[in-house]
Design a protein. Sequence first.
Length: 272
Amino acid sequence: MKKFAKVVAIAAACAALTGSVAAFTACGGGEVITVAGSTSVQPLMSELADAYYEKTGVTVKVDGGGSGVGISKAQDGTVDLGMASKEVTDEGVTPIQIATDGIALIVSADCTLEEVTKQQVFDLYSAHTAIGDVTDAVSRDSSSGTREAFMDIIDLESIYSGQPELSSQDAVIENVAASDNVMGYCSLEALAGNNTIKGVKYKESDEGTAVAPTTDNVANGTYTLSRPFNILYNTEKGLDERVSAFIDFIFSEEGAAIIEANGQVVTADSRK
């Protein structure tokens, strides 16, 4: 998000120099595409937005709020594109998957836990049953697409009473990093370069093979804790030329390189 803030500051400075709105357009700020929703998709979208501005001079304003916010704002047309880190079947919006992301089960870097089974994760989140030294868990709040995808994969209908429900991925990471006995979950990309947490290996059953949370393992299907990264638009309004051009960029070779560098798996353009 720091890059994006710099882009906006530069454009605003251009406008200030000549004292006119026209100057903002001349500096590349005349068109603004608005995007909001999933805080898991947000870092990737911000990288794509920065690159698109550098290439075209078109500003893409990216806000968070959670997948629920992305869906509702796309439904009512208050943003050009919503973001959701889960399957989207809601009426009034059309989803486009731009990537596949792994969900990492995380503990602090000093925690002794190295691998878990699906049943162990289910028991921890549903009944507060310890997994070795891990005695507590944190979750995302009900507006989170990551939470919905996680609960679907683990077959959770509810989580135990009193479990902290946090409003952002960063909050989950901070809570987990602060204690050696807490588990959480986050987007796989958040593991990169973060030495305060680690991802634990995951297996579907006691007889299965524990698989590390890596992009390669998401791509080859062996790491099964994964979900789609979707953008979505108001179905009735459709896509105008400016938004379509930005989506074309996302599915270009340059966009694919950004997606891969951010730790997600590239998917094909479903519009074609």
